[in-house]
Design a binder for this molecule. Structure first.
Ligand SMILES: *Cc1c(COP(=O)(O)O)cnc(C)c1O
Length: 217
């Protein structure tokens, strides 16, 4: 199956309202161009330097998503053009995005990353940290960094019930907190190659799919 075939099949299976971000990390620009030719415009990378380098080489109407862990000292490299930063996992990151957004005269859209998996290593706000942060106005304190929703990753397991439960928990937080802010949230980023059907079932409206489009890494 070609990249274009994989994209067509995925697009056909996804509900209309779900944005497909093609995760191109570690893949060459030729692969990205193949997806681009097939009509794909949203691409995701998990390392800032790789994202910035690919931005330079590729068509300028691509919407670039930063989906990985964000190092604050590198935000400046993507601040002029990035479409959405998914991995805001602590207040300090939002503060720095705001600073860089202001420097570039733009409002940078962001998602707060929530820790929903059982694994210890994953980044993100816990549910209670998130509630406290949002209820105290932290998510709305920065005019150049706009929080538009949440992002999360489920536990890497074959236990579908468990994965679904974790996604449902995140969707619940998204609905309950996202309606209390002045500008209601609109993006719930969850689901990858192995679990996107469960994420969509739980209410995701943005999936980040890599290997099911570009092949294994
Ligand atoms: C790599 C990555 C993905 C895509 O993973 P696949 O299993 O290849 O679909 C999605 N989200 C994040 C945060 C990633 O790092």
């Amino acid at each position: 199956m070609s990249i274009a075939d994989n994209l067509r099949r995925l697009r056909a299976e996804l509900p209309e309202n779900v944005t497909l971000v093609a995760v191109s990390k570690t893949k060459p620009v030729t692969d990205i161009l193949e997806a681009y030719e097939a009509g794909q415009r949203d691409f995701g990378e998990n390392r800032i330097q790789e994202l910035a380098a690919k931005y330079e080489e590729l068509p300028k109407d691509i919407r670039w998503h930063m989906i990985g862990h964000v190092q604050t000292n590198k935000i400046k490299y993507i601040a002029p053009f990035v479409h959405l930063i998914h991995g805001v996992d602590r207040p300090k990151v939002l503060e720095e995005i705001n600073k860089q957004g202001e420097k570039n005269g733009r409002v940078i859209s962001c998602l707060l990353q929530v820790h929903i998996a059982e694994e210890e290593s994953k980044f993100g706000f816990s549910a209670s940290e998130l509630e406290e942060f949002v209820k105290s106005g932290g998510a709305e304190a920065f005019p150049h960094a706009e929080v538009c929703g949440l992002m999360g990753m489920a536990t890497f397991t074959n236990d579908g019930q468990r994965v679904l439960r974790e996604f449902e928990g995140l969707a619940q937080l998204y609905r309950s907190l996202g309606s209390t802010v002045n500008k209601p949230w609109s993006i719930l980023s969850m689901g990858m190659s192995g679990d996107w059907p469960l994420a969509v079932q739980a209410g995701s409206n943005l999936v980040r799919v890599g290997s099911a489009i570009f092949g294994g890494r």
